[in-house]
Design a protein around this ligand. Structure first.
Ligand code: SF4
Ligand code: SF4
Length: 451
């Protein structure tokens, strides 16, 4: 079976796999936002002036879809207030002055061998340690696994890392193969499954060989080499490549019996269960033409981007754009003061060299965008109807099925802002639906009071 999918592109990957992981000195102050997951925001558990230990839980929410946050350094809480968040806006955060002692918190002990075989104990630990989708999605992992029990028969571990620049997952595979396999085994046990499929693009052959040398079958894992093509790492593409199943537009992998968990998430699960370490640290790829050199930095969660850049060698040129994640699907950050969070796989500092936007682009009807959409969409027509504000035809061309992978925009010689347009169009549809709902509710209330 060809482990691949329809469409996709082959961007310049700009990876630097030979770059070793650099351990970054923790900053004098860490900023820990209460939102680092999809779901209910956490409430701070500490107050200004309190002493905290490294790994201490400092924010939580009892709602099922949530994940607690922990202090990434030991020290003193100097503020509990809204601070710039990497995804925009101001978000309630706990600011800790680092005492540079790294006094550990002993709340989470390593699990016993018996507990490591017990699905409920593993799920509880994954939640307590604040593990979320660390590929960027930040969905609470325990909730995701629990939701799949009895419905999901295929567990897929995402090792594609297909976005240009990013290679923290690749380095994790090379540095911690056994720990990674143990983490995958725990996710598999927690989900009640006999086998996990680890999809890795063939451009990481050294990692594939290394993982295979550790006999993955003894952990219930099969390594599946995949074609090198963007966006292989998108969940829907992983499901298609490994199982042949199509996740319908608007659907999620569990709808076709599959769950997809990222490489870094599995490593965090290993650390949570075997070591008793919550998510307070992660590898972040720091790159882009504004940087002196690309660096894979082992950072504490809560490290401000400005400090991170400085510790990674600094700028050769003032960046024009900060992109979080990869250049294809990443989002722009607006502040150097915002900190890295659990889902920050990369921080790219770009100058005008990478800023390819042009004024008043014009479609040349070449059709190149039609050949690459993994969702079989027709970007050229979607854009045309978006420009006219024609909702009927935007819907007819399934604009809301776009998952913003950026392949069409990448392939467009006229540099049409296709992905940006589709992102905006989806927001327009959401706003329209909300307005219609509000109007219908108001009409129903009027009818009720009249009757
Ligand atoms: S951005 Fe949307 S329309 Fe363009 S290729 Fe990706 S899924 Fe298709
Ligand atoms: S690739 Fe760009 S220029 Fe070509 S048809 Fe599509 S939108 Fe137009």
């Amino acid at each position: 079976m060809a482990h691949s999918f329809h469409g996709g592109v082959h961007p310049d990957y700009c990876k630097a796999p030979e770059v070793p992981v650099t351990v970054i000195k923790p900053p004098p102050q860490v900023v820990i936002p209460m939102i680092q997951h999809i779901g209910a925001p956490n409430r701070p558990l500490v107050q200004k002036g309190e002493k905290v230990t490294m790994g201490q839980k400092i924010g939580e929410n009892p709602a099922p879809v949530s994940a607690p946050v922990h202090a990434s350094v030991s020290g003193t809480v100097v503020a509990v207030e809204p601070r710039p968040h990497p995804l925009g806006d101001m978000v309630m955060s706990v600011v800790i002055e680092n005492d540079y002692l790294d006094t550990p918190c002993t709340e989470l002990a390593p699990m016993t061998p018996e507990q490591l075989r017990e699905p409920e104990a593993i799920l509880e630990r994954i939640r307590e340690a604040g593990v979320v989708g660390m590929g960027g999605a930040m969905f609470p992992t325990s909730f995701k696994i629990r939701g799949g029990i009895g419905k999901v028969d295929k567990l897929i571990i995402n090792g594609a890392e297909c976005e240009p620049y990013l290679n923290g997952d690749h380095l994790t595979m090379l540095a911690h193969p056994e720990e990674l396999l143990k983490g995958i085994e725990l996710v598999r046990i927690a989900g009640g499954l006999d086998k996990a499929y680890y999809g890795i693009e063939k451009n990481k052959q050294d990692a594939i060989d290394l993982l295979n040398s550790f006999h993955p079958e003894q952990y219930g894992v099969e390594i599946v080499p995949e074609e090198v093509k963007y966006p292989q790492g998108a969940e829907k593409m992983q499901v298609k490549a490994i199982t042949g199943r199509e996740v319908k537009p608007g659907g999620i992998p569990s709808g076709v019996g599959a769950n997809v968990v990222s490489t870094r998430t599995c490593f965090a699960v290993y650390q949570a269960c075997y070591i008793g370490k919550p998510v307070i640290q992660r590898i972040v790829t720091v790159a882009g033409s504004a940087m002196k050199a690309p660096v894979n930095a082992l950072t504490r969660v809560g490290t401000p981007f400005g400090y991170l850049a400085e510790q990674c060698g600094g700028f050769v040129k003032r960046p024009r754009k900060i992109v979080l994640g990869g250049p294809m699907m990443g989002i722009c950050a607006t502040s150097f003061d915002a900190p890295n969070i659990k889902g920050t796989a990369g921080v790219l500092f770009f100058t005008e060299k990478e800023d390819k936007n042009i004024e008043e682009p014009s479609c040349i009807r070449c059709g190149k965008c039609l050949t690459v959409c993994p969702m079989h969409l027709e970007p050229v027509f979607m854009y045309m109807y978006y420009s006219k504000g024609d909702y009927e035809n935007m819907a007819k061309y399934h604009i809301t099925d776009c998952f913003e992978c950026g392949s069409c925009a990448y392939n467009c010689p006229a540099r049409m802002p296709l992905t940006h347009a589709f992102k905006t169009a989806k927001l327009m549809f959401q706003a329209k639906a909300a307005n219609e709902k509000a109007r219908a509710e108001a009409a129903a209330r009027r009818e009720e009071s009249a009757g």
